[in-house]
Design a protein around this ligand. Structure first.
Ligand code: A4P
Ligand code: MG
Length: 200
């Protein structure tokens, strides 16, 4: 995994470990790719709230893609989504990053009624460095990322050299997915406000 600008390319050749050879995990930042999606309530505000919560601790947001309006994939009949991808650095363990994602979802009032159903905010970990995990509670990379244009298109926009661990270059994966349901919305923008983000 590479960074689009001045970032910390610590992915691609390790397994969430420490390439300085020690256990200094606090100072080691692995590359994290997150996908955010919303199709309920004020979708853009939900995504922005998610970014704000994610950026307030443990995750250093590096880049956010354009916002894309996307046809729903799977699940019941439901409204179109807004989706975006974030690149971040973090020294947190993957399970702690997942907890941050859950906190962001909770802040946006996420209620789980049905799988793939409408949601105010979904935050998925697409990849965490080069960690591979088959654990159901945290599968890495995300098991459906390679077949989802709403993940691959915004990720490619941020990083044309991106590689999905175990699957290959995103530029190649994107050529195999239907693109019709993914529309960039240049009129909608997300801001990276990091630790300065408002609390509510
Ligand atoms: N989980 C395992 N691996 C991960 C991971 N890498 N990142 C577990 C995040 N969570 C992961 O997720 C269910 C469980 O997955 C969690 O308990 C977590 O421990 P959830 O968010 O509770 O439920 P869900 O999102 O409905 O289920 P699932 O299977 O994660 O769905 P997906 O794959 O996230 O798909 N269409 C469009 N256009 N845009 C979208 O954003 N999103 C979905 C949800 C479906 N269709 C969509 C979109
Ligand atoms: Mg999810």
């Amino acid at each position: 995994m590479t960074w689009p600008r001045g970032g910390n390319d610590s992915g691609g050749n390790h397994s969430g470990g420490n390439d300085r050879g020690g256990n200094d995990s606090a100072s080691y930042q692995q590359a994290v790719v997150l996908s955010v999606g919303s199709n309920l309530g004020d979708r853009l505000a939900n995504l922005q709230l998610g970014l704000d919560v994610l950026g307030r601790g443990g995750l250093e947001l590096r880049a956010v893609s354009s916002v894309y309006e996307t046809d729903p994939v799977g699940g019941p009949d439901q409204a179109d989504y807004l989706n975006a991808v974030l690149l971040a650095g973090s020294s947190l363990a993957p399970r702690d990053i997942l907890a941050r994602c859950a906190a962001a979802e909770a802040a946006a009032g996420r209620v789980r009624t049905q799988r793939w159903g409408p949601r105010t905010l979904d935050v998925d970990i697409i990849a965490c460095g080069s960690v591979i995990s088959a654990d159901q509670a945290l599968t890495l990379p995300h098991p459906r990322a390679h077949e989802r244009a709403f993940v691959l298109v915004p990720w490619l926009e941020l990083d044309p050299q991106a590689v999905l661990p175990g699957r290959g270059p995103v530029a190649e994966l994107v050529a195999d997915v239907p693109m019709a349901g993914v529309r960039r919305r240049p009129d909608l923008r997300l801001a990276m406000r990091g630790a300065d983000a408002p609390c509510s």
